[in-house]
Design a protein around this ligand. Structure first.
Ligand code: NAD
Length: 490
């Protein structure tokens, strides 16, 4: 493995995300040799913590990882340092600057700096501005910003944030995290499409009837209620993860598989996404909020949720791309909490043969052919299946759908790095492929804003779905109205 040299400054170093995801990911990179002698991490947050205490926290956060080589955890933790820091106080950045310069010298990181913002988003802009004002960026190495979600709460606030960041960082220095893009099977969309004639040649409105994307969660709001109640499924899942997945499904073939070429195509795809009028949004979007179940209160009675909350915990929608490839092909998407199961999958439903010769009335056969479906299993299993019609063994002539299936086994699953590990590595390498560009985010917000505005004025009939189901009845009706149904259904 090629070693990445850098000093990482982490804002929000004592936070949940840092301990649960970021330190374990960095440790995996360390064990694989992508991080070695020439890296250091300076953690910051408000709490006063000594370097030693911080190193102990880091060691604890990686204690769940198996197959740790002897002594590696301690050696890894020695690269971690801590500085108590209030992001709103300019003078605190001077201290940071001195420490970063020392770390740069001590670990010979060649002036490479990666700033990672893992804290409440209202501080993102302030941090970036102070990094510039107090001159924390170097002239000799790279300067990169990795930034967590959410990126704004509508187009206007996202633009304001982006304008603030842009005063310090250029677009090619900004890495906006969307951890769905770090998932193995989301990255596999490109391999499946552009590596296979038999798939890509059918990937258009002549052969595809509709595409379905489901991001289903089994849990309710849990501890994130305070945040979630101000966000809702539309902002928390649709604007970012779903739009990114859909853009990869819809985009044209990039000239080459490079970050800049892929970006161009994703942006083009999102530009051709039909921007709904409010009345179109009303008929093409469904929202839901979960009711009480056997072991949970209804959403409005969850801890930390406003008892009159109109926040949606479920969204289903029909998206249309107005371009040559997709004209007339609906993309149905849905996501929600307290649904039947925890999984993410994509179902590409192909058109049926124009003529079903097996349904010939003279053969007294009532059967009708099933649509071919390519299902991409994103999680918990990773793999895909292609449903085809075949003859049922035996006398007579019946057909039945069978699955051609590929599922990754446990050992290849182990090979696949966790999303955060992959994304950290990409950012250290300067590879933008799996990060969201500003234009993508801007188009996604503009699309979502129409719906949000509508929902903010119209009173919903909540709660409207039972935990353990796949959401409100209106979600099924959204497809039934078009003569279609969700492939995954209870
Ligand atoms: P958290 O509340 O657990 O941690 C926030 C950190 O920021 C703490 O270290 C805190 O000390 C520090 N902090 C707060 N105010 C500060 C100030 N004024 N000056 C200096 N430091 C301050 O948050 P988290 O769950 O770790 O989330 C961090 C980011 O990651 C957020 O943007 C969040 O939206 C995003 N995110 C989190 C998760 C998750 O699973 N936790 C998932 C996706 C995205």
């Amino acid at each position: 493995a090629k070693e990445n040299k850098a000093v990482i400054t982490l804002f929000g170093a004592t936070g949940d995300l840092a301990q649960r995801k970021l330190y374990p990911s960095l440790f995996n990179l360390y064990q694989k040799g992508y991080l070695a002698e020439h890296f250091a991490l300076l953690g910051t947050s408000r709490r006063p913590v000594s370097d030693e205490e911080f190193q102990a926290m880091v060691e604890k956060s990686i204690s769940g990882i198996d197959e740790v080589q002897a002594g590696n955890a301690q050696a890894f933790a020695k690269h971690f340092f801590y500085q108590s820091h209030d992001v709103t106080k300019p003078e605190h950045y001077e201290v940071l600057k001195e420490r970063l310069e020392k770390l740069d010298e001590q670990f010979e990181t060649e002036g490479n700096r990666l700033f990672y913002m893992s804290m409440a988003p209202q501080f993102f802009g302030t941090i970036a501005l102070n990094l510039k004002k107090q001159a924390l960026l170097t002239d000799d190495g790279f300067n990169r910003l990795v930034i967590e979600k959410p990126f704004g709460r509508d187009f206007a606030s996202a633009k304001a944030l982006n304008d603030e960041l842009s005063q310090t960082f250029k677009e090619d220095q900004i890495f906006r995290i969307d951890h769905y893009l770090g998932k193995e099977m989301i990255q596999n969309i490109e391999a499946l499409r552009f590596g296979n004639t038999i798939i890509e040649s059918l990937w258009n409105n002549r052969y595809i009837d509709n595409i379905q994307v489901t991001l289903s969660e089994k849990l309710g709001v849990e501890e994130r209620a305070g945040y979630y109640d101000h966000s809702g499924a539309l902002r928390d899942m649709v604007q970012n993860h779903i739009m990114q997945v859909v853009a990869q499904l819809a985009m044209e073939q990039p000239v080459a598989f490079t970050d800049s070429d892929v970006r161009v195509e994703k942006i083009k795809a999102l530009r051709s996404l039909r921007l709904y009028t409010p009345s179109e949004a009303a008929s093409n979007f469904v929202r839901g909020q979960y009711d009480a179940g056997a072991d949970n209160p209804d959403y409005r009675h969850e801890d930390g949720v406003d008892p009159q909350s109109n926040t949606e915990t479920f969204v289903a929608a029909k998206l249309m791309f107005d371009n040559y490839r997709w004209s007339g092909v609906p993309f149905y998407v849905r996501t929600g909490k307290k649904l039947a199961d925890k999984f993410t999958r994509i179902d590409v439903v192909f058109r049926k043969p124009l003529i079903d010769i097996f349904a010939n009335p003279r053969m007294a056969s009532e059967q009708s052919l099933k649509s071919n479906v390519l299902t991409i299993y994103v999680e918990p299993q990773s793999g895909f299946a292609l449903r085809v019609n075949a003859k049922t063994a035996g006398q007579g002539f019946q057909t039945e759908p069978v699955d051609l299936e590929y599922m990754q086994n446990d050992s290849s699953k182990k090979e696949a790095p966790e999303p955060y590990e992959r994304l950290f590595h990409d950012a250290l390498e300067g590879n933008h492929t799996n990060f969201a560009s500003w234009s993508e985010i801007a188009y996604a917000w503009k699309f979502v804003d129409v719906v949000r505005k509508l929902w903010d004025i119209e009173e919903p009939q909540f709660p409207n779905y039972t935990p353990g189901t796949m959401g409100p009845a209106a979600s099924d009706e959204l497809l039934a109205r078009d003569g279609r149904a969700w492939v995954y259904n209870l």
